[in-house]
Design a binder for this molecule. Structure first.
Ligand code: DX5
Ligand code: ZN
Length: 219
């Protein structure tokens, strides 16, 4: 757990009082903020966009902005999300015809590049890109909404990505997103995850207590 980074997804935070929610995340020693951008096309839902992230970053520069683009043709907006203050940009493998271009656009601005896959996409399909990225995000729910049930097949998918990255000698962040909580985090870490996205298990109820419970659940 000590080396597993928690990235807090603010999708279900209180946007009217986001300042106080973020203050609580800081109190709980959370360093990464996970920003779920949804366009109503790649996923059914619509969330927030560039001005929101820019404004947040201007006010909370100390946190790592982990932007998860669930949008069609992310190459159209990658530059804007970098300018808004993202430290990591993760786009979906299924959302673009030009994966290399997306990775190059992100890396050219010296921030970290991540590639994500839906639960239905075979993990093998992204192997060829692992050498070029800093992070692989394995979705453990169908992207679009917070509060969904964790898909158990994720553990095997994580193990495969971990094995492949070891095989090619590439150090990457292996991230899982969706339905993560204190009951599955240990097995995820054992499978090879080193960063987890957590939304409802942090924001439902007392934020500081929830984070502490998750951290203390480590075996
Ligand atoms: C889902 C998003 C997730 C989500 C996680 O499409 O990518 O980041 O907010 O929320 P929980 O932890 O509630 O599944
Ligand atoms: Zn996400």
């Amino acid at each position: 757990m000590n080396d597993c980074i928690i990235s807090a997804s603010i999708l279900n935070a209180n946007y009217f009082d986001i300042k106080s929610d973020i203050q609580k995340l800081k109190e709980a020693n959370i360093k990464w903020l996970h920003l779920d951008v949804m366009d109503g096309m790649f996923v059914q839902n619509i969330s927030f966009g560039i001005p929101f992230i820019k404004n947040l970053k201007q006010n909370i520069s100390s946190m790592v902005f982990d932007t998860h683009l669930m949008i069609e043709k992310p190459e159209r907006y990658i530059e804007n999300f970098i300018d808004a203050g993202s430290d990591i940009i993760t786009f979906h493998y299924e959302a673009t015809d030009d994966i290399k271009k997306c990775i190059d656009m992100i890396k050219s601005k010296n921030i970290l590049a991540g590639i994500s896959i839906r639960p239905v996409t075979p993990v093998e399909e992204i192997y060829e890109y692992i050498k070029d990225v800093d992070l692989v995000l394995i979705m453990s729910v169908n992207p679009g909404f917070g509060g969904q049930k964790f898909i158990e097949a994720t553990y095997e998918r994580v193990k495969k990505v971990k094995e492949y990255s070891l095989k090619i000698g590439k150090k990457i962040y292996i991230q899982v997103d969706g339905g993560v909580n204190k009951d599955n985090i240990n097995l995820l870490i054992e499978s090879g995850v080193n960063t987890v996205v957590i939304g409802s298990a942090i924001f439902k109820g007392n934020i500081v207590d929830n984070v502490n419970n998750i951290i203390n659940s480590k075996r």
